[in-house]
Design a protein around this ligand. Sequence first.
Ligand code: HEC
Ligand code: HEC
Length: 401
Amino acid sequence: MRPTFLPSLIVLAALLLCGCDAPVDHYPPNELYSLVVSTREMVSTQVAADDTTAVVEAWFGTPVQPRWPADQMSGSAAKALVRLDNLERAAGRVYADQDDLHFGLYNEHCVTCHGVSGGGNGPASLLQNPYPRDFRAGVFKWKSTARNARPTRDDLIKILQHGAAGSAMPTFRLIPEQDLEALVDYVIFLSVRGQFERELISGAVQELEYDEARPSDGLSLMSIVGGDEESEALSFARETLDRITDGWARADDAVIQVPPETVADAASIQRGREWFHSPKALCSGCHGQDGDHPLALQTNYDDWTTEFTSRIGITPSDREAVRPFRSAGALRPRIIVPRKLSDGVFRGGDDPQTVYRRLVTGIDGTPMPAVNVSDQPSATGLTSDQIWDIVHYVRSLGESE
Ligand code: HEC
Ligand code: HEC
């Protein structure tokens, strides 16, 4: 027995060792979203999810060899959203070549928090508050664009350069600019890929007649993998991909134009304080008097959480009901608390223009609403000058400490 024991131990140790930094071979499928759709539509999504995985891998490749399915897209801006060489640098094994060009950037810098497929549930995510972003929903908080629009490349570069203050999201100011560009491409890639996966799963059930069984040939997602150029499933998949990439391609057009800033004097701050507490803006209703006592409402969760809870009839605090979703990859539901503004912490940037945009768009994926903007002073809306007053007031809150 002795002679065989040692070699097998060495083999085992070697296996464990290469397991450490070798990238995962396949993107983990979005089991959480399959379960959401299955619960919502009251139908099994097993076959739909398996077939979706096959199509998504055929079009987007693997974490070792990512692919950008430009051949399936119709828009030229969409095709040019990301560069394949950037994806290849961001994905895969971590190493540096003789010129110290780094490869495997996402695995080096991001994967512990954001996870292999960008699900926001990497191993380091569990104790963070807020949790890392799940890129697969296509929803981003800290951006310059209209509500529900994608962020611009610039927005993503900025968040990498500055991090999100007061959260676990670090700054990556010190890494070379071309590495940041590669990482931004990879974030866009993961987001497009993840959103495509989600929409194929729900589309399979809702449009392509998937249930416990696979539908007939033309409707089957496997017809795409099989190379059937005529199938209805292929048209559906291409339209879906076009819609998703189009949203990214048009992000620059969705940037909110900020009117010229007014003077930030004591009078403006005082007016801002009044608007802040007024029924028109309702800021104090969530952020508390003077932004000092935020109200932690038991019913307030972010959209990433409500998707698998309240929106499908599950109480987020009901551990038993939430358990299957946790097993499918969901993080523990946690109440989202409005910011204590007197701390002066702005995750999305504290310059006046950024805070102005924050107020007129609200924060995507969270309960923070947009203010009602009106051209003229009115009973329900705020003019841009009045919004500037609030910006000046809010920015003054943190300075007084
Ligand atoms: C230590 C954990 C951690 C690491 C490492 C990390 N992030 Fe994050 N990231 C977070 C958290 C937490 C948030 C959520 C912040 C929030 O909701 O305000 C976040 C948010 C983001 C956002 C979303 C911003 C938005 O507008 O919604 C992007 C994009 C992002 N991270 C990209 C990256 C990239 C790329 C890397 C690697 C270069 C990375 N992160 C590394 C924790 C991390
Ligand atoms: C329905 C509740 C609600 C209302 C009303 C509301 N907020 Fe918020 N606000 C939030 C929540 C929740 C967050 C935290 C979002 C996050 O960090 O994910 C937040 C965050 C913020 C932030 C932080 C932005 C950053 O970059 O970190 C500012 C500033 C802010 N709110 C200002 C305001 C102002 C001014 C108003 C009134 C015009 C207002 N809020 C109204 C819920 C609300």
